[in-house]
Design a protein around this ligand. Structure first.
Ligand code: SAH
Ligand code: SF4
Ligand code: F3S
Length: 442
């Protein structure tokens, strides 16, 4: 028997990259590759990269530095760079990093098998096009890889052009996949045991795809898609991320109130609480509009858990602007958030302007993270004593323990000797730790 070839894949960045990595593994699976966890074993190493902040991009170059020794020890090992850095800097990577054999952008990875054949014939391969054909039409069928919870990319790209952000350049214009295809992919996942699907898009709530033919066709927004997915037997939970405040349409807000399978969690990044900075960021909405949106969402689903992203130290951000951000956070109350120090990215309009002093930005980051952590802990502590639904993902570290996620996306450790991944059970929360809850099955 011929031994299978081995693929080592490392994923950086957002969930969309996680999804893309799974699909790349499936594409290479059709070429006879299986995944390995160790670089030494690998016939091919694929780095699926992120370009969002300087630190993220730098990781690629430090990892390539480390791979050099492996490649010297095993020259036939192929090294590929995929994802957003590949898209942004592919030509330069090829020119400056002789150890790299392959560069593939996020829109062309369905061509990986054919590119790999070129490598095996002794060449190199680069593809950072935005091809006219749809990559999803050329990829093999899904395998459920991550247990009972799966990602499903429904929309890609971004037309918003926030002044700080590279995504419109690395991922291209907004494109939505047709509902029929998404429903088929979702049904396939459910048949393989998936119970929870998180719909992904750089701007997922800007989803406007061709409606399902069996359901009257037309143009569907995200709410129509969610409602159609909710009718799939065996699919218990639906989530979506990431959303833009300007694309929260009325029917999506309504769905949070009346679609039980749509989970009570909303990641709605606001970035800043200052009107002046929001304008400079080209976010196209002010703080009051954000407050009004949150009010409407909470009117539909009072117990919804809100999360956001924040950038501190954006060019021109004053102490008063930053105070507005802290004020917005106090006014809303977030259950979970990500905050970042502004990073000037090549080619973005904001990169032309001087950033705030590094020490000031560091201090603001610490302050905003302390406040967000305090809110997260308070909301977690408020769960103690309540009964929640938990979808088990895997066994816990301790015997007789399972780990899963609650409806509100809290990680929960549950004492349950009989539990197995995929069980959706009722749990009484008995304690709140730093990053997770503890509970007993009821
Ligand atoms: N589409 C999503 C965000 C994608 S990027 C949205 O519009 O919200 C994820 C997060 O990275 C952003 O929300 C932002 O907070 C952060 N980010 C993006 N560009 C950045 C930059 N240049 N510097 C620091 N953080 C950045
Ligand atoms: Fe980037 Fe803004 Fe688009 Fe989000 S909405 S991906 S932050 S440009
Ligand atoms: Fe990073 Fe690209 Fe996602 S830049 S955050 S991997 S869309």
């Amino acid at each position: 028997m011929v031994e299978a070839k081995k693929l080592f894949i490392k994923t950086y960045g957002c969930q969309m990259n996680v999804y893309d990595s799974e699909r790349m593994v499936e594409a290479m699976g059709a070429e006879g590759y299986v995944t390995t966890e160790t670089v030494e074993d690998a016939d091919m190493v694929l780095l699926n990269t992120c370009h969002i902040r300087e630190k993220a991009s730098e990781k690629l170059y430090s990892d390539l530095g480390r791979l050099r020794a492996f490649k010297e020890a095993k020259p036939e090992m192929k090294i590929g760079v995929a994802g957003c850095v590949a898209q942004a800097e592919g030509d330069e990577i090829m020119r400056r990093m002789p150890l790299v054999d392959l560069v593939v952008g996020p829109q062309s990875y369905h061509r990986l098998p054919e590119m790999n054949r070129r490598l095996l014939a002794g060449g190199k391969a680069i593809d950072t096009e935005f091809p006219a054909e749809d990559k999803f039409d050329h990829l093999p069928e899904r395998k459920a890889l991550r247990g009972p919870s799966a990602f499903l990319t429904v929309q890609e790209g971004c037309d918003k052009f926030c002044a700080f952000c590279v995504v419109p350049y690395t991922r291209g214009a907004e494109v939505s996949r047709p509902a029929d295809r998404l429903l088929a992919e979702a049904r396939g996942l459910v048949e393989k045991g998936v119970k929870e699907i998180t719909l992904l898009g750089q701007n997922v709530n800007a989803y406007h795809g061709a409606g399902a033919a069996s359901d009257g066709g037309g143009d569907w927004g995200l709410a129509r898609l969610v409602r159609a997915l909710a009718r799939i037997d065996g699919l218990e939970r639906i989530r979506y991320t990431t959303s833009h405040p300007n694309d929260m349409e009325d029917d999506l807000i309504a769905a949070h109130g009346d679609e039980p399978k749509l989970m009570p969690y909303l990641h709605l990044p606001v970035q800043s609480g200052s009107d002046r900075i929001l304008k400079a960021m080209n976010r196209k909405h002010g703080r009051d509009a954000y407050f009004r949106m949150i009010e409407r969402v909470r009117a539909a689903r009072p117990d919804i858990l809100l999360s956001s992203d924040f950038i501190v130290g954006f060019p021109g951000e004053t102490d008063a602007d930053f105070a507005d951000t802290l004020d917005l956070i106090r006014a809303v109350g977030f259950g979970q958030s990500y905050s970042f120090k502004y990073s000037a990215r090549p080619g973005t309009p904001a990169a032309e302007k001087p950033g705030v002093e590094a020490g000031v930005a560091d201090a603001r980051l610490q302050a905003v993270q302390a406040l967000l952590l305090e809110q997260q802990r308070a909301i977690q502590a408020g769960m103690v004593g309540r009964e929640v639904a938990v979808l088990y993902e895997k066994a816990g570290r301790m015997a007789g323990q399972m780990v899963g996620k609650s409806d509100h996306l809290h990680a929960v450790h549950v004492t349950d000797a009989a539990g197995k991944p995929g069980d959706l059970v009722r749990v009484r929360i008995v304690e709140s730790g730093p990053n997770s809850l503890g509970g007993q099955r009821v």
